[in-house]
Design a binder for this molecule. Structure first.
Ligand code: SF4
Length: 110
């Protein structure tokens, strides 16, 4: 995580960001595929999404609605600490644990 944040030039000031990979990303995300509309990057919405829109309320700049599938998707990866905090809040608030994150090692391989 620190590696990715350094790439973005983000100053990590809170512990919430540090524990994102370990605690905020539910294991249940492993069973669902990423929706095709997600932009490339660490965070993505999975097929578990039911379109409830909580994520877009938390992070309106990062999640958008797909009218074809009635789901939300990551339309913009977080670009700064403020957006990252909002995306992590969306992960916390998603009632279906439908927001996931690739491990940094996965991103380096792709
Ligand atoms: S909060 Fe979760 S279930 Fe609701 S729209 Fe966002 S990703 Fe989908």
């Amino acid at each position: 995580m620190d590696h990715l944040l350094r790439e973005w030039g983000v100053l990590v000031v809170g512990s919430r960001v540090d524990r994102a990979d370990e605690e905020l990303i539910p294991d249940s995300n492993d069973h669902f595929k990423a929706l095709p509309g997600n932009v490339a990057g660490k965070y993505y919405v999975t097929e578990a999404c039911d379109g409830c829109a909580y994520c877009a309320l938390d992070a309106p700049d990062n999640f958008s609605f797909d009218y074809a599938t009635n789901t939300y998707f990551v339309s913009k990866q977080p670009q700064n600490t403020g957006e990252l905090e909002m995306v992590l809040e969306a992960i916390d608030d998603c009632p279906l644990d439908a927001i996931a994150a690739y491990k940094d090692t996965d991103l380096q391989e792709s």
